[in-house]
Design a protein around this ligand. Structure first.
Ligand code: IDP
Ligand code: MG
Length: 141
């Protein structure tokens, strides 16, 4: 069993794709353990994406991620990290297969609709960063 963060990014929320993306998650058989509609401050977005600090696209990425509300989720299942990344498709929507989420809803390399953790350590950081301990509430008996 593995957990990953998934984010429905501001462009996909604005485009009214929340329902379709959640339907794809459920059809894939990944369990939703936590879900929250939130708006990141610039400081929060910078901390979340701190591995990308200094890259040429960093400022554009922060502007994008704070441009509107997002939906953050914790997904769980066998191989949840690679399965969610397969469902998303590659970072650049132009290279994404049409059935992937980025192929369906992504508009450009920056505006690419969804986020997924890339490794168990990143997932742990991102879960505690976005949810504190709140994502564990739903798991308590
Ligand atoms: P990922 O989201 O597929 O893991 P990362 O390389 O971690 O891709 O990049 C984080 C986010 O930064 C991407 O999802 C995209 O929104 C944006 N991004 C990545 N590379 C570029 C780029 O070269 N130009 C502009 N934006 C980029
Ligand atoms: Mg990444």
């Amino acid at each position: 069993m593995e957990r990953t963060i998934a984010i429905i990014k501001p462009d996909a929320v604005k485009g009214a794709h929340i329902g379709e993306i959640i339907a794809a998650i459920e059809a894939e058989g990944l369990a939703i353990e936590a879900m929250e509609f939130m708006r990141l401050s610039a400081a929060q977005a910078r901390g979340f994406y701190s591995v990308h600090e200094g890259k040429h696209f960093f400022d554009r990425l922060i502007e994008y991620m704070t441009s509107g509300p997002i939906v953050a989720l914790v997904l769980a299942g066998e191989e949840a990290i690679p399965r969610w990344r397969t469902l998303m498709g590659p970072t650049n929507p132009e290279q994404a297969a049409p059935e992937t989420l980025r192929g369906r809803f992504g508009q450009s390399l920056t505006f690419n609709a969804v986020h997924g953790s890339d490794a168990p350590e990143t997932a742990a950081y991102e879960m505690s960063y976005l949810f504190g301990g709140r994502h564990l509430n739903g798991l308590r008996a």
